[in-house]
Write a protein that binds this ligand. Structure first.
Ligand code: UD1
Length: 368
């Protein structure tokens, strides 16, 4: 049987964490040649290079260097440059992960060129089309040949949308594969020491969704509540570039300067971030991946969103969806601080560190 070339697409920070799981096991599948294509959607050292290094990813086989732009510009530019690449050096399959602009851009380009598309993390739905990621998820799944779901809800959504059973595979979560692989290394870092706090005596915060940060009034409201919480427990807050820009535009930096409990820092590497999550009392976030990572780590998570495309983190994990209900938020914080009403964790099928192996083994069987 001949070897098969697979372009594995990574563009934004969460993509690299998922790809790393696939590259970590690729040697077990010598017939599949994985080639890392970096779109350049995220380009700062702190958003890209440090991840490639810490996750033991190979250097990209090709870099599209697209950079920032509006959704249409960024998506179009990735498509244009990825098409040029496949015209020069065609792969047998294009594998995309997650739901960012790079995901739909490369999937669409490959599908039109007659290249098979595999989507890792397929079927997740927030049912909220005001999220750019929801549009990316719907479109990517509709043109993918192989759909790899992380949780049963994903399989259900895909079947409802008409995908055949042979196309859809429940394989678990590659992000959790990477987390299990690098947890010991992250734990040894004790990243909390740099912030002058003790283990389990601080909270960890990430915030970057357009619906939370783009509107200055809404962002100000969120910060007001977080400042209140920071009086009870220090909060470590690595600031995403989008949020950094919004804080500046909204003139909110002053407000944060005077709050001693809120410890702002530049975006962190994967290991530092994981280290801080492991030792935190709880996490506050609007990220998709962190809802899953906290569930895998059994750390309580308060999600500042109206909905989640990852319902299993609520049903069986540690996640609570806040939906703009700040009374609920403060009550959950009090519960956690006083160790009341802890959420019980049930195991999640296939979140066992072996998802990437399942994916490559299915692909290997399908590609003759
Ligand atoms: C993107 C993804 C989102 C994911 C997030 C993780 C889409 C639609 N969104 O959102 O799903 O959760 O990444 O971080 O694909 N910027 C920098 N340096 C960088 C990267 C970005 O300064 O290295 C700036 C850009 O100029 C832009 C802003 O940050 O103004 C947002 O970047 P962008 O990639 O458009 O979207 P994210 O908000 O990061």
């Amino acid at each position: 049987m001949s070897t098969k070339m697979i372009d594995v697409i990574g563009g934004a920070r969460p993509n690299f964490i998922k790809l790393a799981a696939l590259f970590a096991v690729r040697k077990k599948f010598p017939r599949l040649r994985l080639r890392f294509i970096h779109t350049g959607q995220h380009y700062d050292f702190s958003m890209s290079d440090i991840f490639i290094k810490q996750l033991d990813l190979p250097q990209p086989a090709h870099h599209l260097n697209v950079g920032s732009g509006s959704h249409a510009v960024q998506t179009a530019e990735i498509m244009k440059r990825y098409e040029e690449w496949i015209q020069r050096d065609r792969a047998d399959m294009c594998m995309v992960v997650g739901d960012v602009n790079s995901t739909i851009a490369c999937a669409l380009t490959a599908a039109k060129a007659g290249i098979q598309v595999a989507h890792v993390e397929a079927g997740l739905r927030s049912f909220d089309r005001s999220m750019p990621e929801e549009i990316n998820r719907l479109l990517t799944d509709s043109i993918s040949d192989h759909l790899f779901a992380t949780e049963p809800a994903g399989v259900k959504n895909l079947k409802k949308e008409g995908h055949g059973a042979g196309q859809v595979h429940l394989v678990g979560n590659v992000m959790v594969d990477t987390l299990f692989r690098l947890r010991p290394k992250a734990k040894r870092l004790c990243a909390y020491k740099k912030f002058g706090v003790a283990p389990h005596q601080y909270a960890y915060l990430t915030l970057h969704r357009p619906s939370n940060v783009d509107d200055p009034k809404h962002l100000g409201q969120i910060l007001k509540h977080l400042i209140q919480t920071a009086r009870q427990i220090p909060i470590i807050f690595p600031v995403h570039p989008r949020t950094q820009k919004c804080l500046k535009t909204a003139g909110l930096h002053q407000l944060l300067k005077h709050c001693k409990g809120l410890k702002l820092t530049a975006p962190l590497g994967y290991l530092e971030s994981l280290s801080l999550m492991i030792e935190s009392k709880f996490v506050v976030t609007d990220s998709g991946g962190i809802q899953e990572e906290t569930t895998a780590l059994k750390v309580p998570c308060l999600t500042l969103r109206q909905n989640t495309e990852r319902p299993i983190t609520i049903e069986r994990g540690t996640n609570t969806l806040i939906k703009g209900n700040w009374d609920l938020f403060h009550k959950r914080v009090d519960d956690i601080l006083h160790e009341r009403n802890a959420k019980k964790i049930k195991g999640i099928p296939y979140w066992d560190g072996k998802s990437a192996e399942r994916i490559l083994s299915i692909i290997s069987r399908h590609m003759h």
